[in-house]
Design a protein around this ligand. Sequence first.
Ligand SMILES: O=c1[nH]cnc2c1ncn2[C@@H]1O[C@H](CO)[C@@H](O)[C@H]1O
Ligand SMILES: [Zn+2]
Length: 409
Amino acid sequence: MIWGRRDGDGQAQEGGSTADDQTGAGAVAGQQGRGELTLAEKIKQAPKALLHDHLDGGVRPQTILEIADEVGYAALPASDAESLGTWFLESADSGSLERYLKTFDHTLAVMQTTEGLRRVARECVLDLAEDGVVYAESRYAPEQHLEAGLQLEDVIEAVNAGFREGEGLAAEVGHPIRVTALLTAMRHAAKSTEIAELAVRYRDEGVAGFDIAGAEAGFPPTRHLDAFEYLRRENAHFTIHAGEAFGLPSIWEAIQWCGADRLGHGVRIVDDIMVRDRAFGDDVAAAIAAEPGEVHLGRLAAYVRDMRIPLEMCPSSNVQTGAADSVALHPISLLKRLRFRVTVNTDNRLMSGTSMSREMGLLVGEAGWTLEDLRWVTINAMKSAFIPFDERLAIIEEVVKPGYAKLLD
Ligand SMILES: O=c1[nH]cnc2c1ncn2[C@@H]1O[C@H](CO)[C@@H](O)[C@H]1O
Ligand SMILES: [Zn+2]
């Protein structure tokens, strides 16, 4: 594996290929001549766009330790950065979304003060920029940051301040990046309308949209219909986590009842896809390798593709929560070939020990993706971003296309 997981300091490590590296990416990297970039280096340098990344799922282990010490949080499961990083990775490898989400208790514990939130937000921007991300939407649930007495507005303003600081520092070191916030409401709670109102109130001050997250089974999107109807009346953007731990009814509600602009994960849309008259899940390996002519889309899958509804797909996260068997067998490769509006995302960099470069490297190494595929998903992501159309186009034309042109010639 050339795509190393994060080290204890929270920096992604992508080593070069080794002599016995049998992955596709390693094989290609091994073919590079002297002085040329390896594929791993090209992926790192490629301009990347990230639509689905949780702020509280990407805190540096060292930062967790330091803030925990400052605020007197004594329940951390490890006392050095490396063991703490490993603890998150292993605990999140549970095969269950509910158990995966339990790990957030420890990151949330250090994100209860304005200083803590601001630092975490600043470092998030720096880590993404260092990885070659040029545009990101970072989401978090303001309602989960009120334990030490902050108001919802304080939380949003502290995170925004951290994002602006991070953008300034990243530009200074030659990694310009734009980061906007998505405000998440927790689907088991009852604050979604209040959070939606804040997303609208702050839409000209760094907040690009709204989301719901948390345990999916038992908490259908229509539970928050009032919030979504309000957002639509306000011409505001929102995405919904749907089709991750629960299947088609969740996706159907998110789109046809709630009117979601995008789907968080949406991976279970394959339950509405037949391959050679068999359900996708009957033989995933055969289904993944299917040619478009062998595939039949049900009404909902056809609607998602026809309407170009973006799928915010997160390969490593899905493997950890059991929504996919492996990156090689992840439905994203079939959905890409069928030309759904696929995007590649990290979800939670800490819990998955990952980065955008690592997710992309895994798709290349384990699922046969090419640099052209990575360019395509990056443009898909920029087309699907919640910032205004002209600003999206400017990033595509001035940053993404020229960046890839340099790597592809
Ligand atoms: O993959 C996911 N599915 C559903 N909820 C999630 C996922 N990752 C994180 N969160 C939830 O979103 C909250 C706000 O960022 C996190 O605290 C976590 O509970
Ligand atoms: Zn998520």
